[in-house]
Design a protein around this ligand. Sequence first.
Ligand SMILES: *Cc1c(COP(=O)(O)O)cnc(C)c1O
Length: 390
Amino acid sequence: MNSDSLAVMNNYARFDIRLTHGKGSWVWDDHGKSYLDFISGIAVNTLGHGHPKLLSAINEQTEKMIHCSNLFHIPLQERLAYTLAKESALDELFFCNSGAEANEAAIKLVRKYWFDHGESRPQIITALQSFHGRTMMTLTATGQEKVKKGFQPLPVGFDYVPYNDIEALREMVNHHTAAIILEPIQGEGGVVVADANYLQQVRALCDAYGVLLVLDEVQTGVGRTGKMFAHQHYGVLPDIMTLAKGLGGGVPIGAMVAKRDISASFDAGSHGSTFGGNPLACAAALAVLQIIEEEKLLENVVERGAQLRHGLQALQANHSVIDCVRGEGLILGVSCHDEVAAIIKRCQQHGLLILAAGPKVLRLLPPLNVSEAEIEHALQILDQVLEASQ
Ligand SMILES: *Cc1c(COP(=O)(O)O)cnc(C)c1O
């Protein structure tokens, strides 16, 4: 036990591994052991580790300016906002530093929008098993009791419905509903994908009641599913979308993207973030977007995602512990009949990092530029580990 660790709070069940550096899809620990990284810092290291173009964008910007505050126009922030607005067919962005902050901003904007329109709409509906963050407002939006325990009293106005259940939503929604907040794929909740017509039906329901649709793409956004944003698979457009994890390739940045008539409800003083959208974070995010395009990474996600999915399905045929394989692109879940903690640990011993999404689901989140050989290698390790645990 390292005595330095006594000064860090125990709010994570940490693995007994100390990572020191990485290159591409690989990371090394303080004993020099290498691991294939299929966690990517929880869907953050979009380009793996040490991508030379991302490094030089960050290094060049560091020399010019790291931070200047939003008291000034920030040209890189304006360029990033313009790029993401165009990619998403939405209009305006607010920048912050994390997923929780992006969702917090979205909820504030929803409330302010209805205030400005003189309508009493106190209700926000979210899904059971959802995850939206750890601030008081976003843990309240999260449809899991375990994140709320001990933190009452919570903000009021939230109701929850089962995910992928349009009838339950139909019964809940009314003319006092301000917004429905959903993940296109529930990440933390077990890699549960929205059914093909669910999001379209939700959109229609929102339109019928004048309700705002907020899509939390903090985990699914920025290419993870093989499209820039997961909702583009469904042909629906949200009113507000939130982004964070993969956007800066490891540099903290979050964003709320909204239609202009809604974002108009934020004016000077409505909301803010000292660090949000600073030149360093925006330079990193712009480099990530540019590299995704230059290196055709959306295509890579589709191809490598199919390879990984088929490989996992082949494992399912040989290992009875696997119940089913879910996900889209390079966010894949392997739902098991038993708890998966021991499998994750054994994968680590064999040099593969994967994570859980709930007690019984393995989650795989390789970098978007992962190679065919690396996917094959990961599948071999998983096969060995599952073979030994039977
Ligand atoms: C991780 C996550 C969040 C919270 O992001 P933080 O950066 O940890 O605050 C919110 N929503 C979803 C869907 C997430 O996966």
